[in-house]
Design a protein around this ligand. Structure first.
Ligand code: F6P
Ligand code: MG
Length: 450
């Protein structure tokens, strides 16, 4: 099957158009406000150089926002490292009509925007490690207290019960952690510009997950279980998505895998530059552990469970059973079809590493878009077709995604039309919106072998 065209920002029927026209300007405005707040907190005598750099970052982001607003051409990124060069080569290779903000492929231009933002900080003396989204991430995590308390208490109860457990019960618990980690992805700060916080919180608890079971459109959890439970021990990888509540659900899942001996090593793969607002950076792991332990950050009625969870994380981390590994590949623009021998943009190195994994979990919407190449697959395309070379790259993987963008594959024929009807019947006025809402999900699996 030939590969369809990419989703383009010019396509009014795709969420690409709305994200480019409505969301990105808001995200850039948020970045300007954030740097402004930090500059205001600096000491004008002792930190004047940092203040000047901060002002210059503000004017660069303002210029970027302006270029986006007037549909200017994307300009080459400044810098000389490998990742920047790869972005610039890909920009040059785009067809002429796809080089402006509104004409560009959605996936490329969205990744480009976050890369460009990052160059403004990288090219300074005082702001190189500054995370322009940290404030937002921290505030939202703080507001997830209900889900956090519930999850910490659940994990602590469970850890005591794991010793003499039957395989059947272990499988039930495994399914529950898959589910928790899946719906944890509903918390995505780049969506906060259109979803209310109440909406997100209502997706976080156990009762809400039960209610949402019917919204999992493809569910390959049994295949995942077979792969993971087939042998004890081994390494499991999580290609992470968002920090805060979603990261907590992933970590609870990782602890469960280690405690139950289904794995003896879990590797977390965060990003290494601030990415799509809410994505995990390596230091977010330390922040999360510190926030669990910080009196008053969350209501102290679950204090014992919060401390327990934090201590388990610290212990596994210091024993090197829970480790962190980054790669520039995760912030490249290219599909995960490059995770193969000879893959470009770091895909080859990532492939070499992931080959040794018992199973790789890809979390969230953006990772899933990259797995499917963010092209217009008919929704009933077989998953094994839509993932292209990942189908036989020798890496077993599963994807846990709440659907927030157009690209979807693996649905039974006719399901798409049924979903459109269902979405309209729920009182919505755009039949395509079901795929943008984060209310539906897929759990899809590949054995990595044909
Ligand atoms: O849907 C809007 C969007 O910004 C997408 O571009 C992106 O895929 C998604 O949000 C981010 O979601 P997630 O954090 O689940 O990857
Ligand atoms: Mg994200």
């Amino acid at each position: 099957m030939t590969i369809p065209s990419p989703y383009l920002n010019s396509d009014k029927k795709s969420f690409a158009a709305e994200s480019c026209l409505v969301r990105w300007p808001k995200i850039l405005t948020g970045a300007i406000d954030d740097v402004h707040r930090t500059v205001m907190e600096l000491d004008s005598e002792k930190e004047s150089e940092k203040i000047e750099e901060g002002k210059s970052i503000i004017s660069s982001v303002t210029k970027l926002k302006h270029e986006l607003g007037k549909n200017a051409k994307l300009t080459p990124l400044e810098g000389s490292d490998r990742a920047i060069k790869e972005y610039n080569d890909a920009l040059e290779a785009l067809p002429e009509g796809q080089k402006s903000w509104l004409g560009a492929p959605w996936l490329y231009s969205e990744c480009y925007m976050y890369q460009r933002l990052s160059t403004y900080f990288k090219n300074t003396k005082h702001w190189t490690s500054y995370d322009v989204f940290l404030r937002q991430k921290t505030e939202t995590f703080h507001k997830s207290a209900g889900g956090v308390g519930e999850l910490a208490a659940r994990y602590q109860r469970l850890a005591g019960e794991l010793k003499d457990i039957s395989p059947d019960v272990l499988q039930i618990l495994f399914n529950e952690f898959v589910d928790i980690s899946l719906w944890g992805n509903a918390t995505d700060l780049s969506l906060l510009t259109s979803i209310s916080l109440e909406d997100i919180q209502s997706l976080q608890g156990a009762a809400a997950r039960k209610k949402n079971e019917k919204n999992i459109l493809v569910n390959d959890t049994d295949d995942i279980w077979k792969t993971i439970s087939g042998t004890s021990g081994g390494r499991i990888d999580f290609v992470l998505d968002n920090s805060g509540f979603e990261l907590l659900t992933d970590l609870a899942f990782a602890l469960f895998l280690l405690d139950s001996k289904l794995a003896d090593h879990v590797v977390l793969h965060p990003k290494n530059i601030p990415w799509f607002v809410s994505d995990v950076l390596p230091k977010d792991f330390d922040y999360l552990v510190a926030q669990l332990q910080q009196p008053g950050f969350f209501p102290d009625d679950h204090r014992e469970s919060l401390d327990y969870l934090a201590e388990r994380l610290i212990e596994y981390h210091s024993n090197n059973k829970l480790t962190i590994k980054t790669s520039d590949f995760w912030t490249s623009y290219c599909p995960f079809w490059e995770i193969k021998a000879g893959g470009i943009n770091g895909g080859s190195e990532v492939h070499e590493f992931l080959k040794a994994s018992k199973l790789v979990f890809y979390k969230g919407d953006l990772n899933h878009r990259k797995i499917l190449g963010d092209v217009e697959w008919p929704r009933d395309t077989k998953f094994t077709t839509a993932i292209q070379s990942m189908a036989d790259a020798g890496v077993k993987f599963a994807t846990l995604r709440t659907i927030k963008a157009d690209v979807v594959a693996g649905l039974p024929t006719g399901r798409e039309e049924a979903l459109e009807k269902e979405w309209l019947a729920l009182g919505n006025d755009n039949k395509y919106g079901w795929a943008w809402s984060g209310k539906y999900a897929v759990i899809e699996y590949s054995s990595g072998q044909k």
